[in-house]
Design a binder for this molecule. Structure first.
Ligand code: HEC
Ligand code: HEC
Length: 255
């Protein structure tokens, strides 16, 4: 029953993303079609990068410690505004990173998501997987002006609110558990876990209540994005935050 509901919902979700992009005149940008990736070695690297991005546990196995793909959070293969799109990033980095408290490269930012969101190990700078991820982001960024952030970079800005965890539990049960499960384990690879061993660790950006609220308010529930109030988003984020998450490996604290 849950599986059927979810398949229907995922089909609707594909339609919802499509219509939203078409209706919104302020976002005329369209992601380049994967059919336009060139033949030859550079094209092969871009294609590999896209596969790593959308099926991370399969294509970057040695560096991943959970069941999360980059595209579970960076929606539409890293192209959806206000779902932390990766479009334009090669022209923005190196830049100052608050968490690291220093200027970091794009490679280092990718490593941050590997050790935190992927609960894994840092992908080496010279690994073909790193080259492929950068090649993919560079390909997505064609036509973007270096030094200018892509419109919709990051997440939406919500006012800071005090969460109500009890109400968050109700929101989760009514609007999230049908896909992400009563146990938070989701149905990977299609539906990501939101807590437990398959999910991001407690050092991840998504483990921050304000970040998750901003992500969820604009992007979830996946079959009705934008329907949560800011308060509901804070409440459900605080509820998920209170569930068990793997401890971040402090050996990687400099990332
Ligand atoms: C569990 C969710 C999650 C997963 C999985 C994840 N990320 Fe992220 N990532 C985030 C969040 C949240 C941010 C910060 C967004 C913000 O606040 O602007 C972020 C930021 C980034 C940034 C910087 C974006 C910017 O605008 O500066 C890059 C690059 C990035 N991630 C790459 C990756 C890659 C590559 C993968 C897969 C190997 C990945 N991420 C997996 C949640 C995730
Ligand atoms: C119709 C199914 C569905 C519903 C309902 C749904 N989600 Fe999701 N959710 C997804 C899918 C699928 C993804 C991954 C996005 C992708 O692959 O495009 C996702 C991703 C996420 C992520 C980022 C990935 C991660 O592992 O952290 C969070 C957080 C999240 N959902 C929270 C919620 C919350 C909170 C609700 C309820 C308000 C909700 N979702 C309702 C299907 C759903």
């Amino acid at each position: 029953m849950r599986a059927t509901l979810c398949i229907v919902a995922l089909a609707l979700l594909t339609i919802a993303y499509g219509t939203r992009a078409a209706d919104d005149q302020s976002q005329p940008w369209k992601p380049p079609s994967p059919d336009t990736i060139p033949q030859g070695p550079l094209g092969d690297s871009i294609r590999l990068g896209r596969l790593i991005f959308t099926q991370t546990p399969k294509y970057a196995r040695p560096y991943v410690g959970n069941q999360q793909s980059c595209s579970h959070c960076h929606l539409a293969a890293g192209t959806a505004p206000f779902a932390a799109p990766v479009v334009g990033l090669p022209g923005l980095f190196p830049m100052f990173d608050k968490r690291a408290n220093r200027v970091i490269t794009l490679d280092e930012r990718i490593q941050e998501c590997f050790v935190r969101s992927e609960n894994g190990r840092p992908l080496p700078y010279d690994a073909p997987e790193m080259t492929a991820l950068i090649a993919y982001m560079q390909w997505l960024s064609q036509g973007q002006q270096a030094g200018h952030a892509f419109p919709g970079r990051g997440l939406v800005h919500l006012p800071e609110l005090a969460p109500n965890v009890q109400h968050g539990e109700q929101v989760y049960t009514q609007q999230c558990s049908g896909c992400h499960g009563e146990d938070g384990a989701g149905m990977p690879p299609a539906v990501p876990p939101v807590w437990g061993p398959g999910a991001y660790n407690d050092g991840a950006g998504m483990n921050n209540v304000a970040n998750m609220a901003a992500f969820a308010q604009h992007n979830m529930p996946a079959d009705k994005p934008g329907s949560l109030s800011a308060q509901d988003a804070y409440d459900v984020a605080a509820f998920i935050h209170g569930k068990p998450h793997t401890a971040f490996n402090q050996a990687y604290a400099h990332y």
